[in-house]
Design a protein around this ligand. Structure first.
Ligand code: UT7
Length: 333
């Protein structure tokens, strides 16, 4: 069995910064409500000229450059996103063409906010088994184009941001770096507590998408915020406990906990539940909002740039989101 090493990490935020005050101009909301309820101060929304693949490409190029590898050495791409350029195919294919990676296989996964945790888990399995050597793992979202940016959609519109993060995960024979433990879960009984029902082929519909569906706003995300909030705290805390137990490591041995960023209050409660110090957690929601599958790799890139993570450190990725799906990965960087 081989081990995985993070060779390079990159991130990209599109040019348009949108502050809470900017949102006050288009939605009946206010800076105080958004800060108090979510912790968010600003986020980035991509300009019309950019698509999901553009964000993914920029983050990927940085990750590949930092890895020191030639892009021709990438032998697999796993791309996590729920806001792709097209309904089909997924962003992985567009990204592969953009990067000029010939016929390298791509796999798109849509596991919502847990997408990057699932993608990392899968990439590690392929590396441990010897199947692939250098995998480009991407989390990318362009959510701003799919949310209801009117007062009707304000409970969701103010929370989401666009961005991308990418990581090159490679086979490492030294054993210095590795994924030590992982813990994945889902519970589909809660699927409709946070979902976008259209385009979709559910029973009773004539079309996946039509005028009537759009008039009903079924193509916009729906979230039962309070139910999601409560479960996010409980499940994200539990998955961290599970992964620490699997690794037989005390919580103090983890240098950096990278939690999904959906709400600062969720993460503060998780931190309190687990008894973690401020030094151990790294929150980015204030600057970027909730960037769904891109959140953890963007946080990873920032944490590395700020020197919060160094070679040899133990880190945990943990996420919770629509599905419900959640999980965590404990690795030695
Ligand atoms: O990434 C996927 C996982 N997502 C999450 O984990 C999100 C989980 N949920 C949450 O983060 C929170 O539930 C929210 C931030 C979405 C909402 O916070 P809340 O404290 O649960 O607020 P609420 O839904 O109870 O709304 C309170 C009030 C309502 O008004 P009334 O009925 O009390 O008069 C809302 O209409 O706030 C109103 N409201 C807003 N007011 C100003 C809702 N959205 C807004 C807004 N600006 N943007």
């Amino acid at each position: 069995m081989y081990n995985s090493k993070i060779m390079g990490v990159g991130s990209y935020l599109p040019p348009n910064k949108v502050t809470n005050h900017d949102l006050e101009k288009i939605i009946d909301t206010n800076d105080e409500w958004i800060r108090q309820r979510s912790g968010i101060e600003e986020r980035y929304w991509a300009p019309k000229e950019m698509g999901t693949v553009d964000l993914a490409e920029n983050a990927s190029l940085e990750a590949i450059e930092k890895s020191g590898l030639d892009k021709s050495e990438i032998d697999f791409i796993i791309c996590a996103s729920i806001s792709n350029d097209a309904d089909i195919p997924g962003t992985g294919c567009f990204l592969q063409a953009r990067l000029g990676l010939g016929e390298v296989p791509t796999l798109d996964i849509r596991q919502q906010c847990s997408g990057f945790v699932y993608a990392t888990f899968m990439a590690n399995q392929f590396i441990e088994s010897g199947m692939y050597k250098n995998i480009l793992v991407v989390g990318v979202e362009l959510q701003s184009r799919g949310i209801n940016k009117t007062t009707e959609g304000r409970d969701i519109a103010v929370l989401f941001g666009d961005g991308a993060g990418a990581m090159v995960l490679s086979r490492d024979d030294s054993g210095d770096s590795k994924v030590i433990a992982s813990d994945l879960h889902s519970d589909g009984r809660f699927a409709k507590e946070l979902w976008i029902s259209a385009p979709g082929s559910c029973a009773g519909r004539e079309d996946r998408l039509n005028k009537e569906i759009m008039e009903n706003g079924e193509h916009f995300p729906y979230m039962n915020g309070k139910v999601v909030f409560v479960h996010a705290i409980k499940k994200m805390s539990q998955t961290v406990i599970n992964v620490l137990e699997k690794a037989k490591m005390p919580k103090e041995d983890i240098g950096c906990y990278l939690f999904h960023q959906a709400n600062l209050r969720i993460n503060q409660k998780v931190q309190e539940t687990l008894g973690l110090s401020n030094d151990q957690v790294f929150n980015t929601i204030q600057k970027y909002g909730n960037t769904t599958a891109a959140t953890i790799p963007i946080g990873l890139a920032d944490a590395l740039k700020e020197g919060k993570i160094k070679r040899g450190d133990h880190i945990i990725f943990a996420a919770f989101g629509s599905g419900f799906s959640w999980g965590s990965i404990l690795l030695k960087y």
